[in-house]
Design a protein around this ligand. Structure first.
Ligand SMILES: [Zn+2]
Length: 253
């Protein structure tokens, strides 16, 4: 197949790939429709997850691993940002049911694995994906690769801002969007935003339920003005490596 995106493929090509005898991995980019400061698009997390998948493709091909990239999950639990226009938050139950149904469909057709590429770190969304991963393996019998970037072992390889927890639409995510879809960044707004060092992770732990309560009245945390396309490319390279390693590890017999 000339295009690894499932939505661009025709069914006879997918059928032939599934019948080739080689394991076919389905990558699901997981994002959200959620406010990301006054300077980044609502689809930021979808853009980032799709970019990570795109960066992983040549690396997977190099290893002889066959993949199809599914249409992205653009709706997710996003209650922290629910007070900001444009955010669409769905329930954890709905999100879980959707991922499980996708996995059932993949299993029935003979896909070898579902790989979850997630960049929407709302704790409710991460909890859904962790739950889904375990349930898919246990109840559906499909392999899952889910490198959870919020786990310490992976997080420590990411940027200082990511590790600080003051990370939403700041330098980390701004860099990733600049590396992927720079035309969607309002750079005049971005460069004028003062840093916001309030840690979302600390605020979550203290029970904050909204970005406003967490000290982010404009739906951003971190340092938007520090973002660069170069940093974004480095992060994409690093996170795509983590995906490739997770998929390769699961493919081992
Ligand atoms: Zn985000």
């Amino acid at each position: 197949m000339s295009d690894a995106r499932l939505a661009n493929a025709r069914w006879p090509d997918v059928k032939a790939a599934l019948e080739s005898g080689k394991p076919i991995v389905a990558i699901l980019p997981c994002g959200a429709t959620e406010a990301h400061g006054p300077h980044l698009p609502l689809g930021t997390d979808v853009i980032i997850s799709e970019s990570i998948a795109a960066f992983a493709l040549p690396k997977l091909e190099e290893r002889g691993i066959h993949v199809l990239v599914l249409p992205s999950l653009a709706y997710a639990p996003a209650e922290y940002a629910a007070g900001f226009a444009g955010t669409i938050s769905i329930s954890m139950d709905a999100a879980l049911a959707l991922v499980l149904d996708i996995a059932r469909s993949l299993k029935k057709q003979g896909f070898a694995m579902l790989a979850l590429v997630n960049s929407h770190f709302d704790p409710a969304n991460v909890a859904v994906l962790r739950d889904a991963s375990e349930t898919i393996v246990r109840e559906i019998g499909l392999k899952v690769a889910f490198p959870d970037f919020t786990r310490r072992k992976l997080a420590e390889k990411l940027t200082d801002e990511f590790k600080s927890g003051a990370c939403h639409a700041g330098q980390f995510e701004g860099s990733l969007v600049l590396a992927s879809r720079p035309e969607l960044v309002d750079d005049d707004a971005r460069l004028q935003l003062p840093p916001n060092s309030n840690s979302l992770v600390a605020a979550f732990a203290k029970g904050a339920k909204t970005f406003e309560e967490a000290g982010g009245p404009q739906a951003y945390f971190g340092t938007p003005a520090g973002a660069s396309a170069e940093e974004g490319v480095a992060s994409l390279d690093c996170m795509s490596d983590m995906i490739v390693q997770a998929i390769a590890a699961q493919l081992e017999p």
